[in-house]
Design a protein around this ligand. Structure first.
Ligand code: ADP
Length: 270
């Protein structure tokens, strides 16, 4: 695992062993005086599903956004697939990637938001083809073939020509997942992908996510769906107040939590 930042060879050296897809060490982030991430450390190995749970405002979304270079970190170290994304030496200067590097890396990570953010004036198929065509400049015929296969995979092979407004929220979210997959991401980030959906539509989206997990996709999922976390997660991370309070397999964190804060949170959501 190499780093790409000049001068970072020592400070940015990753611990030995298999290369984690995500490794965060003591990551901090503030918005003005609001110290939102107060030393977050976590690790996601390739093929692993990590579910991030915790009360609203605990910093879950900010952690995801740092992984996808939508937020910078103020301190600590963050590696994505072995590449040091940003760090600050003790009391020193912040090292960060150049804008062009950031765009390249962002294209390797799929992100699915609470709101589907599909292009309203494009069909399902066109939505999926957009990034591979524009960002990667891939061949149209190949992109289209892949897009059709992806729509099939999310159970929407028959809705290629539909516009977002003609699709249910659950269908739109499945298109959004297919759109993210069209870039062949090495990591998929989900930010409460079902919380804007009517309850009867949640299941179809979770089913696609479970399928992805089974196929070996590396995923970080911010969710309030404890059933999903219980079944699909390899690791559950409970955050509160900008720190990781508890990490472990779902049966431990969700069933036999060690910390009072975890217990108290679970008693409210389960
Ligand atoms: P969670 O996902 O756990 O609900 P967030 O990461 O969304 O938590 O937010 C944590 C805190 O950070 C909140 O207090 C929120 O208001 C603040 N915050 C998040 N993003 C920004 C931003 N871009 N500017 C200012 N404050 C922000």
């Amino acid at each position: 695992a190499g780093t790409t930042m000049a001068g970072s060879e020592t400070a940015g050296t990753m611990p030995a062993g298999i290369t984690p897809m995500v490794l965060a060490e003591d990551v901090h982030r503030s918005f003005g005086r609001n110290h939102v991430l107060r030393g977050v450390s976590l690790r996601v190995d390739p093929g692993e599903v990590l579910c991030l749970i915790g009360p609203s405002g605990s910093g879950k979304t900010t952690v995801l956004r740092c992984m996808n270079h939508l937020e910078k970190i103020d301190a600590g170290r963050l590696w994505i697939d072995g590449d040091l994304v940003g760090y600050r030496e003790h009391g020193g200067k912040l090292h960060e990637l150049r804008e062009r590097e950031v765009s390249k890396r962002r294209a390797e990570i799929g992100m699915v938001f609470q709101r589907f953010n599909l292009f309203a004036h494009k069909t399902a198929l066109e939505n999926i083809m957009e990034a591979p065509l524009r960002v990667r400049r891939e061949k149209r015929s190949e992109v289209e073939e892949r897009a059709r296969a992806l729509l099939d995979r999310v159970g929407l092979g028959h809705r290629c020509e539909a516009y977002p407004s003609q699709l249910s929220g659950g269908q739109q979210q499945r298109v959004a997942i297919a759109r993210a997959l069209a870039m062949r991401p090495k990591l998929m980030l989900f930010d409460e992908p079902t919380s804007a959906l009517d309850p009867e539509l949640v299941g179809e989206v979770l089913a696609i996510m479970r399928q992805l997990a089974t196929e070996g996709m590396t995923m970080v999922v911010v969710t309030h769906e404890m059933g999903f976390a219980r079944e699909a997660a390899d690791t559950v991370v409970f955050m509160d107040g900008g720190v990781v309070v508890e990490t472990g397999p779902p049966d431990q964190v969700l069933v036999n939590p060690r910390h009072d804060r975890t217990k108290s949170f679970l008693s409210k959501v389960l």
